[in-house]
Design a protein around this ligand. Structure first.
Ligand SMILES: CC(C)(COP(=O)(O)OP(=O)(O)OC[C@H]1O[C@@H](n2cnc3c(N)ncnc32)[C@H](O)[C@@H]1O)[C@@H](O)C(=O)NCCC(=O)NCCS
Ligand SMILES: Nc1ncnc2c1ncn2[C@@H]1O[C@H](COP(=O)(O)OP(=O)(O)OP(=O)(O)O)[C@@H](O)[C@H]1O
Length: 314
């Protein structure tokens, strides 16, 4: 049994691998388990995965200072979003994410039926998001990435991060017959610039997260950076490599080059925990606001990275 400390919210839980019924035995108590007796409760796995996914969304939104993005300081390059709207959207998505995990448990195998069910639940989740935000796209890319990852973990609770991401990619490779070919911003950008987007990133097993975000998160922690700095560094590592269709849509290839180069510069100056790195981060933030660029796809993948960081070691 191992401890998972969900500070700073002050919730302390101990997790044990789920049993055959798909429940986690979780000990929930306030403060140190050595000092206070904890109460054992049966907690459905799907609920727990939805908790972790929503927590990842809220942690991503709260993380500050993120260049161009909505955070605790303000709305970044976005005129139609606030931090409160991001929180409301994240919390509204809990049932959708729980339903995705439950569907994966019920179906039990990788395949087209699971993909079709997740597609249906994902579209319902998008509708819930739009209702909660008055029509603003706060988490479309995140529903996609976290939905696949939650389903992947629900299929095999023993899987580590690499296996989880690879299996999520295999789910994304199945066709969803009910998917409409709507003219999304991502689709238009892919047509115009011939680049991959959210779909391809998932189908390839989230290489920006597995190859860049997670390793940077671990490197920065190991170098002694605080958790917020390690998470900012992980975001920057993703921004440095991602063909983010949000950035391309708003500011074209010049904006994408500025995002990637600026993120690389912060990291090469020592990352967000250093004075030199923070100076570059401020410069990048100002540059992105000037370009009206916002790395929304990278933000979604940071949430995926934070989810994998916790779910991979359950
Ligand atoms: C595949 C999706 C993401 C649509 O993508 P598309 O590129 O067409 O649309 P859109 O412009 O709305 O982009 C979606 C979002 O992805 C994020 N994103 C942008 N670039 C990237 C990237 N390179 N990698 C990852 N995410 C990215 C951004 O936040 C963006 O807003 C998805 O929303 C979808 O198909 N939804 C239908 C319902 C469904 O099947 N759900 C499955 C649930 S598991
Ligand atoms: N902290 C954040 N701030 C801004 N965007 C974020 C944040 N976290 C994630 N995102 C992602 O960025 C996307 C929103 O960016 P943007 O408004 O540029 O996208 P869009 O799809 O072009 O939307 P719209 O139709 O409103 O123009 C959302 O899909 C969301 O998942």
């Amino acid at each position: 049994m191992k401890a998972l400390d969900l500070q700073p919210r002050g919730i302390l839980r101990e997790h044990r691998n789920s049993d055959a019924s798909g429940s986690c035995a979780i000990l929930v108590g306030a403060g140190s388990p050595a000092k206070r007796p904890a109460q054992a409760t049966e907690f459905p796995l799907a609920d727990h995965l939805a908790d972790l996914a929503v927590e990842a969304l809220i942690d991503e939104a709260d993380l500050s200072p993120k260049p161009g993005l909505v955070d605790r300081r303000g709305n970044g390059a976005h005129h139609d979003m606030t931090l409160a709207l991001m929180h409301a959207s994240a919390l509204a998505l809990w049932p959708c994410l729980r339903n995705m995990a439950e569907a994966a448990q019920a179906i039990g195998t990788l395949g087209q039926p699971l993909r079709a069910t997740l597609g249906q639940l994902g579209r319902e989740g998008e509708a819930v998001m739009l209702a909660a935000t008055g029509g603003v796209n706060t988490h479309r890319g995140a529903i996609w990435a976290l939905g696949l990852l939650v389903a992947s973990k629900a299929l095999d609770t023993q899987a580590d991060t690499n296996t989880l991401a690879a299996r999520a990619g295999r789910i994304a490779l199945f066709d969803d017959p009910a998917m409409t070919t709507q003219d999304s911003h991502g689709l238009q950008v892919r047509r115009r610039y011939g680049t991959g987007g959210a779909r391809e990133q998932a189908q390839q097993g989230f290489p920006a997260v597995i190859g860049h975000g997670l390793p940077q998160l671990q490197r920065s922690r190991a170098a002694g950076a605080s958790e917020p700095h390690a998470r900012l560094d992980a975001l920057l590592a993703i921004m440095a490599v991602l063909n983010d269709t949000c950035v391309l849509w708003r500011s074209g290839p010049a904006g994408l080059a500025a995002v990637q180069h600026g993120a690389r510069t912060v990291l090469s100056e020592g990352g967000s925990a250093t004075l030199a790195g923070r100076r570059q981060l401020r410069r990048l933030d100002q540059h992105l606001l000037h370009l009206n660029a916002s790395p929304g796809g990278a933000a979604d993948l940071l949430a995926a990275c934070l989810f994998l960081d916790k779910a991979g070691s359950l």
